[in-house]
Design a protein around this ligand. Structure first.
Ligand code: CO
Length: 213
């Protein structure tokens, strides 16, 4: 009981401090949110998006899942993406993974972890697409880190493959897509890829040529 009440106590202290610093803080946020960023990150407790980017409530729209995957049949992610892109009109969508990701590590093994294997299977596909490059890396940790990077880049391409993003590019020349990797050991984010609105995608088969805007 003590452990769970710790969170509620901390919450009350935080709310009090915020109001002391800025009496209107919560009132301003009650009626509207206008974040410029959608963050798609890993659920890992060591990668808290707003803390590591120093963003305040109202500034960043967040979706997290195991290993920051963008899967075209994931209604949860697609709903977040559609709302963020079409209603909030975010200017940037960021996929941020991290070195030492347990999800990617698990996907590199042949162990059956139960239901989660169905989710991790998508990372195994990324491995298969880049098998030549990955198998040439002898050091196991370096190979894992490279798969972590490739997985992030692949998910950014998945964003560009959606009709949601392609329609927004056509309609308002936004959002820009970003792939970042976070280093647990030093707290630094390193950009890996940036895709400007209207760019060509990883393969023309994903580009819709008859989208209504
Ligand atoms: Co992770």
């Amino acid at each position: 009981m003590q452990q769970i009440s710790r969170l509620l106590d901390a919450n009350r202290n935080w709310a009090k401090e915020m109001v002391e610093k800025d009496p209107e803080f919560f009132q301003r946020l009650v009626h509207i949110q206008r974040p410029d960023y959608l963050w798609i990150g890993c659920s890992d407790s060591r990668v808290p998006p707003d803390q590591i980017t120093q963003t305040k409530p109202g500034e960043i729209f967040i979706h997290r899942n195991v290993a920051n995957l963008v899967i075209h049949t994931d209604m949860n992610l697609l709903s977040v993406l559609q709302y963020a892109v079409e209603v909030l009109e975010v200017k940037h969508v960021i996929v941020c993974g991290h070195y030492g990701c347990g999800g990617v590590k698990a996907a590199m093994t042949r162990h059956h972890y139960g239901l989660i294997n169905k989710w991790l299977r998508h990372i195994k596909d990324v491995y298969r697409f880049h098998q030549k490059e990955l198998d040439a890396i002898k050091d196991e940790m370096q190979r894992l880190n490279r798969l972590i990077e490739l997985n992030i880049i692949e998910q950014v391409y998945h964003l560009g493959d959606t009709s949601i993003v392609q329609r927004a590019w056509k309609k308002r020349n936004s959002p820009t897509l970003h792939g970042w990797v976070y280093e647990l050991a030093d707290g630094i984010i390193r950009p890996l890829i940036e895709i400007q609105p209207g760019s060509h995608l990883d393969h023309p088969i994903y580009e819709f040529d008859d989208l209504e805007v």
